[in-house]
Design a protein around this ligand. Structure first.
Ligand code: PGA
Length: 255
């Protein structure tokens, strides 16, 4: 399976900056050997899709569980799909820890993404104090347990393991840490365990290749280092190298 290289722009790159990014984003990798995904802010989605210039998928960073209604400031999965998104980040750690999303809300959003025809990319990961207390496995099992039923009928979904202590901090899990956590996630997914599992948390060009050659690491979800087109291109190139030899198109699909 080719590696998935996903960029989560968070609240960066409005429409003008998004177009400027794509005027420069030209990875030298064999792009049929990686799957590149972008998660721009909603208001930059349209211009991103118009200006991208290379094969890539697009998604939104969050959705509301309902299709429509009196929820000021929110966007539904159906609206995202209509606007051209094919993927949705669900339960990103900033959603969980800054905006207080519970496992139940994450589960509802995962189900809503499936209902809307989006591929959910479900984010899980432990806090530093949970890791220190030896709670890595129970936390991951709880977070995965909360979404398994919601994605059971999905034609496709992915999980992103992002240790909260590694997000935006420059601290990266070692390839061994990532492999250990990914194996737990795969086991917790049970019969859905063939889904791609991405690693996220301070991924950079210098660590991307070693992370992506670790067992069970099917790609990366990149925040800060996805904002610069040259830096993100180098991560895509690392993914092409790390995934060489893998047949493309093997990404898990029940449909
Ligand atoms: P980071 O963010 O690469 O800046 O650590 C990753 C993420 O939050 O998805």
């Amino acid at each position: 399976m080719g590696k998935v290289i996903a960029g989560n722009w968070k609240m960066h790159h409005g429409p003008a900056a998004a177009a400027a990014f794509f005027s420069r984003f030209r990875p030298r990798a064999a792009l049929d050997s990686v799957e590149i995904l972008f998660f721009p802010p909603d208001l930059s989605l349209a211009v991103s899709m118009e200006t991208v210039g290379v094969p890539a998928g697009f998604g939104v960073q969050n959705i509301h569980p309902e299709k429509a209604g009196p929820f000021t400031g929110e966007t539904s999965g159906e609206m995202a799909r209509e606007a051209g998104a094919r993927f949705a980040l669900i339960g990103h750690s900033e959603r969980r820890h800054i905006f207080g999303e519970s496992d139940a809300e994450v589960s509802a959003k995962a189900g809503a993404a499936v209902r809307a025809g989006l591929v959910p990319v479900i984010c899980v990961g432990e806090l530093l104090e949970e890791r220190r207390a030896g709670l890595l496995e129970p936390v991951l099992r709880r977070q995965i347990g909360a979404i398994v039923a919601s994605v059971a009928t999905a034609s496709r979904f992915m999980v992103a393991y992002e240790p909260v202590w590694a997000i935006g901090t420059g601290e990266t899990a070692t390839p061994g840490d990532a492999a250990e956590a990914h194996a737990i996630v795969r086991s917790a997914l049970g019969e859905l365990g063939a889904a791609p599992i991405l690693y996220g948390g301070s991924v950079k060009p210098g660590n991307a290749a070693s992370l992506m050659t670790a067992p069970d690491v099917d790609g990366v979800l990149v925040g800060g280092a996805s904002l610069d087109p040259d830096v993100f291109a180098r991560i895509a190139e690392a993914g092409a190298t790390a995934g060489s030899g893998d047949p493309v198109g093997g990404t898990w699909s029940a449909g």
